[in-house]
Design a protein around this ligand. Structure first.
Ligand code: NAD
Ligand code: TYD
Length: 348
C-alpha cells in the first residue's frame, strides 16, 4: 500500500485534509504525524480514527532522530506538511517556538525525505502548505501573485517564509520534487478559538467583549477550510513539481464589516434582538506590525488545475456558525485550562 505522511493533521486545516485523504483514497495509507500541541486535538478527527487506511503517530517534527527513524521505517510516497505554529499574536510574544517548529521542523522533514528517497524521486512529492502572509502587506489596491516578492512582517510570517525558502532551495540544490501553496485566511469547523472568526463566535455565545484591533479597517481574504482541503488534494495529485500556487477565496472583508455580519447572523441563530451582539464590539490596542491587507490572485490554480471555491462566504459562514452551535462541547473543552491563561494575557 502507498503511504502518505500528513503532518499537523490534528489541527484545524490538517484535520480536514486528513479526513479528505482517508475518505477519498482508501488504497493509500494515511499517516498523521502530530505533536498534539495546544492547537492539536484528536477530537478533530474522531470520525476517521478507526478507518483501516489511517494511522496516527504522536511525535514532534523538531525531533530529528524521531523524524529520521519514521522515514527509515516507512517508504512515504509523499509528505504534506501542515504542522506549524500558526497564530500571529502568539508569534509576537514567543517567536522562538515558531522558528523551532516552522523552520527547523520543516528542515527535519526535508532532510528525512531527501535521505530516504536517495535521489530516486519518481512518484515522490514534498508538499509544503504555506500562507499568503509571507508576501507582507498590500496597500488598498493590488493582489498577491506567485511572483510577488516575499516581505514578511510578523515572526509567524517570517518563519513561514524561511521554511518556504528552504523547501525551494532543496528543490534547486538536491532536485527534491516539491510544491508550495500559499493560502489566504481559512475559516470553518474545528478552528481554534484564538483566531478572529471562532474567537468572536465563542465570545458572542458567552456575551463577552469582541476585541477588534485598531480601527478594524484591516482586510483579509477568507476561504472556507474544506475548499482549501480540496485545493490541497488537487495540487498534491495534479500540480507541477517545483511550482507554487496561490489559493484564495476571492472574498475580501474589512474586519469590522465581517464582525458586524457575524453579529447579525449570530443574533438570528441565537434568537437575540437585532443589534444585540454588535454591542459587544470593543476596539482594543492594535497588533504590532499589523498587516493592512491581504488579497490573493488565485488565477493560476484556477486556470491550470480548474480549482475554485465551492461555497460562497454566506454559505461557508452559515455552516461554520451552525457547527459551533452544535458543538458547544468541543468549544468548551478547548477553551478550558491553558486557554484561559492565554486569553487573560492577550486581552487583559
Ligand atoms: P493549527 O495551529 O490549527 O494546527 C497546527 C497543528 O500542528 C496542530 O495539530 C499541532 O498540534 C501541530 N503541531 C504544531 N507544532 C508541531 C510540531 N512541532 N510537531 C508536530 N506537530 C505540530 O494550524 P492551521 O491553521 O491548521 O494551519 C495549518 C497550516 O496551514 C500551517 O502550516 C499554517 O501556516 C498554514 N496556513 C494556515 C492558514 C489559516 O488561515 N489557518 C492559512 C494559510 C496557511
Ligand atoms: P487572525 O484570525 O489572527 O488571522 P491573521 O492575523 O493570520 O490574518 O486575525 C484576522 C484579522 O482579525 C487580523 O487583521 C487581526 C484581527 N483580529 C482582531 O481584530 N481581534 C482579535 O482578537 C483577533 C484574534 C484578530
Amino acid at each position: 500500500m502507498k503511504k502518505i505522511l500528513i503532518t499537523g493533521g490534528a489541527g484545524f486545516i490538517g484535520s480536514h485534509v486528513v479526513r479528505r485523504f482517508v475518505n477519498n483514497y482508501p488504497d493509500v495509507q494515511i499517516y498523521n504525524l502530530d505533536a498534539l500541541t495546544y492547537a492539536g486535538n484528536l477530537e478533530n478527527i474522531r470520525d476517521i480514527e478507526n478507518a483501516p487506511n489511517y494511522v496516527f503517530v504522536k511525535g514532534n517534527i523538531t525531533d530529528t532522530a524521531f523524524v529520521d527513524s519514521l522515514f527509515s521505517e516507512h517508504d512515504f510516497e509523499g509528505v504534506i506538511n501542515l504542522a506549524a505554529e500558526s497564530h500571529v499574536d502568539r508569534s509576537i510574544t514567543d517567536p522562538l517556538i515558531f522558528v523551532k517548529t516552522n523552520v527547523i521542523g520543516t528542515m527535519n522533514l526535508l532532510n528525512a525525505a531527501k535521505d530516504s528517497w536517495k535521489g530516486n524521486y519518481e512518484g515522490k512529492r514534498f508538499y509544503h502548505v504555506s500562507t499568503d502572509e509571507v508576501y507582507g502587506t498590500l496597500g488598498k489596491e493590488g493582489l498577491f501573485t506567485e511572483t510577488t516578492p516575499y516581505s514578511p512582517n510578523s515572526p509567524y510570517s517570517a518563519s513561514k517564509a524561511a521554511s518556504d525558502h528552504f523547501v525551494r532551495a532543496y528543490g534547486e540544490t538536491y532536485g527534491l520534487p516539491y510544491i508550495i501553496t500559499n493560502c489566504s485566511n481559512n475559516y470553518g469547523p474545528y478552528h481554534f478559538p484564538e483566531k478572529l472568526i471562532p474567537l468572536f463566535i465563542n465570545n458572542i455565545i458567552n456575551n463577552k467583549p469582541l476585541p477588534v484591533y485598531g480601527d478594524g479597517r484591516y482586510t483579509r481574504d477568507w476561504l472556507f477550510v474544506e475548499d482549501h482541503a480540496a485545493a490541497i488534494d488537487l495540487v498534491y495529485h495534479n500540480g507541477k513539481n517545483h511550482e507554487t500556487y496561490n489559493i484564495g477565496g476571492f472574498n475580501e472583508w474589512q474586519n469590522i464589516d465581517l464582525v458586524k455580519l457575524l453579529c447579525t447572523k449570530m443574533d438570528e441563530k441565537l434568537g437575540r434582538e437585532s443589534g444585540e451582539s454588535e454591542k459587544l464590539i470593543t476596539y482594543v490596542k492594535d497588533r504590532p506590525g499589523h498587516d493592512l491587507r491581504y488579497a490573493i490572485d488565485a488565477s493560476k490554480i484556477n486556470k491550470e488545475l480548474g480549482w475554485e471555491p465551492s461555497v460562497t462566504f454566506e454559505q461557508g459562514l452559515e455552516k461554520t456558525i451552525d457547527w459551533y452551535l452544535q458543538n458547544e462541547e468541543w468549544l468548551n473543552s478547548v477553551t478550558s485550562g491553558a486557554y484561559k491563561e492565554y486569553y487573560q494575557k492577550q486581552y487583559q
